[in-house]
Design a protein around this ligand. Structure first.
Ligand code: FES
Length: 153
């Protein structure tokens, strides 16, 4: 084969991009391969893989998992309580924002600005053998965030 320098660089860049895309898809946060156990819970992975103070999106399961600085877990539906649009993480407020009608939620999913009528729904969490499971079949409507909504390992 007769490669010139430009062709070589082009193929090298494409090759590296492919390798990176593979690893991002395989290892990315929010890797959403369904893993449902016998009780209908979805396994989101090892407790230790969630760092304190971080929020993890699980798009396929329509939720965010937040690990508090004290280690407690809170899972929130990503569906706005106004008309159900998917809310986005808002890096400026550490909360969530709805792109449809501009509702804003604080870091615990409480409403900061309407039209959302109530906080983001809480998704029950169960921890078994060091693994974190969410019960997607039983979301809970809330009026406010309370510390007893947290689950600890
Ligand atoms: S659906 Fe979110 S503000 Fe309307």
């Amino acid at each position: 084969m007769n490669f010139n320098r430009r062709q070589f660089i082009k193929r090298l860049v494409l090759g590296l991009a492919s390798v990176e895309a593979f690893f991002l898809l395989r290892n990315g946060v929010g890797n959403n391969a369904p893993d449902t156990n016998a009780e209908g819970m979805v396994n989101l992975g090892k407790v230790d893989s969630f760092q304190k103070g971080n929020v993890y999106p699980f798009v396929a399961h329509k939720l965010y998992v937040k690990r508090m600085k004290d280690g407690g877990f809170l899972a929130l539906s990503n569906q706005c309580t106004h008309l159900g649009c998917v809310v986005n993480l808002n890096p400026q407020s550490n909360g969530f924002s709805c792109p449809c009608h501009a509702s804003h939620f604080n870091e615990n999913g409480e409403v900061l600005s309407a039209p959302a009528p109530r906080p983001l729904d809480q998704i029950p969490i169960h921890i078994k053998n060091g693994e974190l499971f969410v019960d997607l079949a039983h979301p809970k409507k809330r009026n406010a965030y309370e510390k007893n909504q947290l689950t600890y390992a």
